[in-house]
Design a protein around this ligand. Structure first.
Ligand SMILES: Nc1ncnc2c1ncn2[C@@H]1O[C@H](COP(=O)(O)OP(=O)(O)OP(=O)(O)O)[C@@H](O)[C@H]1O
Length: 579
């Protein structure tokens, strides 16, 4: 009956509002019976008994009272169901974002972002109909018909028996239709999330696609994907319409049989008018919750399908949270060397290790340049240090203590990270820079802007620091974005500095300005830099050469030049290019 075990578990955790909702719903059904009784009594007294107003006053007042109570109970029932659903939605959303956060940027990069955001937003939203409508209706469809049949049965056993015999047909049909409908809804949901992922991918890669004259082909692919989503939706809708038609039919036939039977017995004098009317008023309300269950079953099914993708994310194993700092990291960071011991790392699903047997010591307060050909494993090494990934083997220690024993936030507070393509949010320049340290003073901000050469640029903007910079910093040049990232690092003022040197700025003036900012930033910090430029490499106190996941050379510039190999060759290449 569309009851997912794990969704039901969540319901059990937050059961109070749902219990209130179901109790109120059942009380509303009780009020409905009383309302039907007094309505039949009023009509009987007024039109058959022809009683005066004074005898109608009490039943009319009671009818009005029960009608009001019924509305109040129904309102409370809906409110409680919605309250419970909001709690579950919030809980689910938090669990999901925490899991995606704990899985880190490497996981987020490995899945289609459109698909992930559809699951995070639309998937959680799809749970709404499941909890706020389908689950309460499941209970109403059980209790309300039982209550009504139990009321009718003693006074009119024939109608009561017909009700009890026809009612189970509705859930039986629902189960039969529901089986194929649930497979179709699942397919529809998968098609939609695949389409979202694909659409976002195409949108982000639009300039590339245009340049390769592939936009028409992708346009056709989007159209095809939209068409297959339309087909999947139409199939689901067809089944939903078919099932409501079947349920309506069973309900209508049941009501017709009862109406004919009641009419015959009324004419034969075996039933009083009031009782016949009472049964006829209640009969549609007997079938109503069962028919509504059919509609809500389809609404809830989307939530069940979405929950499969939600639980697939929640089931990913995340690194165990560290409860307490094993040592005072702030005292060691920047003052003690960082030691990589027998580090290996293999990406999930990959057969070849990206890093293997890495042993290196990063001296404190000095600069270590990491160089190597593309795909050598430089970024992976940095990602392990930033704890975006956990080594498959080996350990990274500082002052003899594994960095993985430090709570993640405490570790990240010790590091300033300037990636090659810094991420800038669609917010103001001020907000983007303050991200590094929201509590920074105006003077500290001023100094960070000065050190990164941003003061003149910001002065030229009509709105200065309050300028919105667009999605992914769309309104900034690559060099300006790099300066914003450096300004963040100056503000953060962390003892460890991790840099991925930009390769794309060919303007020598800008390059010199950026380098002087970077050098200022490096002063007195333990710096690890993925270096590409000769000058940066040469000025480093230690150079580590990585190739095919292993460290092939390590030493100072002079030592490596003397040894020959990759370092010597690549250096010659750069010198050739520059001459
Ligand atoms: N998410 C991933 N899943 C599987 N393999 C990956 C993933 N990221 C990187 N790799 C592989 O791991 C190896 C090391 O990649 P890494 O990005 O660390 O190299 P790199 O030296 O930083 O290269 P570049 O200088 O081009 O950025 C490469 O063979 C790469 O194909």
């Amino acid at each position: 009956m569309n009851i997912d075990r794990r969704l039901f578990q969540l319901l059990k955790e937050e059961r109070t509002p749902f219990i209130f909702s179901i109790i109120s719903g059942v009380l509303a059904a009780g009020m409905l019976i009383a309302q039907a009784y007094y309505l039949s009594l009023v009509i009987d007294s007024a039109f058959i008994q022809r009683s005066g107003m004074e005898r109608l006053f009490l039943p009319l007042s009671l009818f009005a009272l029960f009608s009001t109570l019924r509305m109040a109970f129904n309102w409370f029932s809906h409110t409680e169901a919605n309250r419970g659903t909001l709690i579950i939605r919030e809980k689910m959303f938090n669990r999901l974002t925490n899991t995606v956060g704990a899985l880190g940027p490497v996981y987020a990069k490995s899945v289609q972002s459109g698909r992930l955001s559809t699951t995070l937003l639309k998937g959680v939203e799809a749970l709404d109909a499941y909890y706020s409508q389908y689950i309460p209706q499941l209970f109403f469809a059980l209790f309300t018909p039982l209550l009504i049949a139990g009321t009718i049965l003693p006074g009119d056993p024939i109608s009561g028996t017909i009700l009890l015999l026809t009612a189970p047909l509705i859930p039986v049909f629902m189960i039969l239709i529901g089986k194929s409908a649930s497979a179709m809804t699942e397919k529809q949901w998968k098609t939609m999330s695949r389409m979202s992922g694909f659409f976002l991918d195409v949108l982000q890669g639009l300039p590339t696609l245009k340049l390769f004259a592939q936009s028409k082909r992708q346009h056709d692919a989007i159209e095809e994907s939209g068409e297959s989503f339309r087909h999947a939706t139409m199939r689901v809708l067809k089944v939903a319409f078919l099932s409501s038609l079947t349920l309506e039919l069973v309900g209508t036939i049941g009501m017709a049989i009862i109406a004919v039977g009641v009419g015959l017995r009324l004419m034969g004098g075996k039933l009083t008018f009031q009782h016949a009317l009472f049964v006829l008023i209640l009969t549609p309300d007997f079938y109503l919750p069962l028919r509504q269950l059919g509609t809500k079953f389809h609404a809830g099914m989307e939530g069940v399908s979405a929950s499969k993708e939600i639980f697939a994310i929640l089931d990913q194993s995340t690194p165990a949270p560290v409860q307490q700092a094993a040592f005072a990291v702030h005292e060691s960071a920047g003052k003690r060397p960082i030691v990589f011991a027998s580090i290996s790392y293999t990406y999930p699903g990959s057969s070849r290790p990206a890093l293997e047997g890495i042993n290196a010591t990063i001296p404190a307060g000095k600069t270590t340049a990491i160089i190597g050909p593309s795909g050598a494993g430089k970024s992976t090494l940095i990602n392990l240090l930033l704890r975006f990934q956990v080594p498959s083997e080996g350990s990274i220690t500082i002052d003899g203590n594994p960095i993985h024993a430090i709570p993640l936030e405490a570790w990240h507070r010790q590091i300033s990270w300037v990636p090659q393509h810094p991420y800038l949010f669609n917010a103001t320049l001020r907000e983007n820079i303050l991200l590094a340290r929201p509590e920074a003073s105006a003077e500290e901000m001023e100094s960070a802007l000065k050190k990164t050469g941003l003061t003149t640029f910001i002065g030229s903007l009509p709105q200065g620091l309050e300028t919105m910079i667009g999605e992914e910093g769309a309104r900034l040049s690559g060099g300006e974005a790099q300066r914003v990232a450096l300004a963040r690092a100056f503000l953060k003022n962390a003892p460890l500095l991790v840099l991925d040197e930009p390769t794309s700025h060919t303007d020598p003036e800008l390059e010199a300005a950026l380098r002087s900012s970077i050098q200022e930033l490096m002063k007195g910090r333990t710096t690890i830099i993925i270096a590409h430029r000769l000058e940066t490499i040469r000025s480093a106190e230690q150079i580590i050469v990585v190739s095919e996941g292993k460290i092939t050379q390590c030493g100072t510039h002079e030592e490596l030049i003397a040894n020959g190999g990759f370092y010597h060759d690549s250096l010659l290449l750069q010198q050739d290019r520059q001459s």
